[in-house]
Design a binder for this molecule. Structure first.
Ligand code: SF4
Length: 230
């Protein structure tokens, strides 16, 4: 979940489920535990599904809506009709801002001609390192995501570095500079997964370097699990 300090923040899940199978996925856990008796999750679990009921929901002007925090709307498996249906509904509320977040941002490129102006296009990129990444997630590699975000021409792009994984400082900063995001969120894993995360000092340096060219919203910043409490 991404917090946004600037407007009323709600989430909307017209499509749920995800096949990226990240080892640290909190949404899958939620769908299969606390939400398992909810009729939609009881029927579909965390498999990709269209949530027809969600399309009757209305939004207020000025609201900031996180679309699909319970899945990845832009996964390669999502039928184009589902995406177009969501974009059509987004177009009905031009004074509301809709925030998309994906681990497959190259899919944005397919729909740029249909994209309403009131959307922010976000990508989660936890590191710039591809090595070892496939043990943590089946999503496209971090470098592939960074390349797609560089290629994407959109006025309001967002990068979410969460849960942050160890990275190459210069390489990551340079890649993010080329993406030209209007803001970056950054934070550690909140659920004790013991991920290969960087030491706190390195993340603080990243934040400092990013602040030279974009807005940075720090989320959970703490010592890495293997660092001594000081
Ligand atoms: S991309 Fe997000 S929703 Fe999909 S498995 Fe990974 S953490 Fe879960």
């Amino acid at each position: 979940m991404v917090e946004h300090g600037l407007a009323i923040h709600v989430s909307w899940n017209p499509v749920t489920g995800c096949l990226h199978l990240c080892t640290y996925c909190w949404a899958r856990r939620l769908a299969l535990t606390r939400l398992k008796r909810h009729p939609h999750y009881a029927a579909h679990g965390f498999n990709p599904a269209l949530n027809e009921k969600a399309f009757s929901r209305r939004f207020k002007p000025g609201e900031w809506v996180f679309v699909c925090d319970m899945g990845d709307l832009w996964g390669s498996w999502v039928p184009a009709e589902w995406i177009l249906k969501v974009l059509e509904r987004v177009r009905d509320f031009p004074s509301t801002t809709f925030f998309f977040l994906t681990k497959n941002p190259s899919r944005y490129l397919e729909f740029l001609g249909e994209m309403p102006g009131n959307v922010e296009l976000g990508a989660t990129v936890e590191t710039n390192r591809d090595e070892g990444y496939s043990a943590l997630s089946g999503a496209p590699s971090p470098s592939e995501r960074l390349r797609a975000m560089m290629e994407l021409e959109w006025p309001n792009k967002v990068v979410v570095v969460e849960p942050v994984l160890d990275f190459d400082l210069d390489g990551f900063v340079e890649a993010l500079k080329r993406v030209k995001p209007s803001r970056v969120y950054i934070g550690y894993d909140n659920y004790g997964h013991r991920l290969p995360e960087p030491p706190l000092r390195k993340v603080e340096l990243l934040v400092k370097r990013l602040k030279a060219f974009t807005a940075v919203h720090a989320k959970t910043l703490r010592r890495a699990w293997y660092e001594e409490a000081g």
